[in-house]
Design a protein around this ligand. Sequence first.
Ligand code: GLU
Length: 473
Amino acid sequence: MKASTQAVRVRFAPSPTGHLHIGGLRSALFNWLFARHQGGTYLLRVEDTDLVRSTKGYLDSQLSSLAWAGIVSDEPVVYQMSRVDEHLAQAKQLMRENKAYPCFCAPRDADDVVSSLEAGFGQKYDRTCRDKAYTEEDLQKPHCVRFRLPNNLEQVKFYDQIRGDIVTKGEYFDDFVIIRRDGSPIYNFCVVVDDIFMKITHIIRGEDHIPNTPKQVLLYEALGATPPLFAHLPLILGKDGSKMSKRDAAVSVEEYRAQGFMPEALINYLVRLGWSHGDQEIFTATELISSFTLEGVGKKGSIFDAKKLEWLNGIYLRQVSSERVLQAIGSMNQKMVDELTAAWGEERCIALIKLYKERTVTLVDLVNQILALAVPAQTFDLALIAKWRNERSPLLMSNFADALKETADLSHDNLLRLANAVCDAQGEKLVHLAQMLRLSLTGTIQSPGVFDLLGILGKKEGLLRMNGLQPLL
Ligand code: GLU
């Protein structure tokens, strides 16, 4: 852990106007890892001031996605809406200090938000009200509040931890609105007031926020605060190199959860989108915390690769315990756990997960295969039977059934030994019996080890299923 003079405090500040985007989760993750690495504090601030687009449903969904990913605020969540009085009080203070002023001009658009940055050059506010005296009574009239740009502002400069110095010429700014005509504070103002209040030391967020940062730097100075350090993360790109969209792959964390990705796999995948540590691909949480620094974040956007995510999920499924997989299925969809345990009971469920997780990519596939196994095949693929049977198949199957009836030991090794003995007696290769057995037990010829499966299904069910195939052999 690095020694730091000021305790690191970072935040993730999503707006609950949609489900959590994977780009959002990556920002949250980088903030969280940065805090953990530095021995600092990670905070969550919900920016819920857009009353039209923010919904309780989206808020709950975002909180649930973050909790699923294990990225949880170290202090109580700050809701921006609950701080509006403070935003307004700070605006009043700026007015008292003549760093902001009421503007009574006709609105330049619906909410007075237009400034040179949004509208392009040549549309700057003409400063009509900038130096006009006003009374308390005037403030009863409709007005917005504008920030008074410092006189002769040549440039605004800030140092980005990833990109270096970013300089914006003074001519690019105008006296931008901080409080709209309807009394609501604008995004850039709330963010700065809240980041000061929360004592944020580093702002790590997507590069789409770079255009906001110079205005925020001006506001920090006006509010008498030192700006925090900034790091703007490169975009996540689609295959064609433009910003990733629904056309490329699912974009919300919820979708990845519902498709059956393990949170640890998604996290491991996302961390490598824009950050690297040599050419290491797979990290434990501890390794991530010990190796995560902003120096490892590149400037270039990274292309989202759904195949790599699937590959990683497969790796995680193989790596973790069956108990963890069952728990992950529960946090994906508790109903699936109920169905699995109703079909198999918990112990057999764990045993089946152990077998199936070796060969599946998503939790949903895993659940579907284990549930499918609970129902004996109703029909068999005759072409498959034709491919694997020969004239000795009926005898092999019935001899193996007899051996099975006689044994009390359903371990893999014993069942394999019995099957080998049956095949040897007929001078037949094991594969002919094994494939017929597999087909009878699962209805397919792709499954985990057939003797493991038979052991879990049990003697009675195994014999019943083997019997079901006999007439077709
Ligand atoms: N609420 C903003 C967003 O969702 C983030 C603000 C920030 O990180 O400064 O894009």
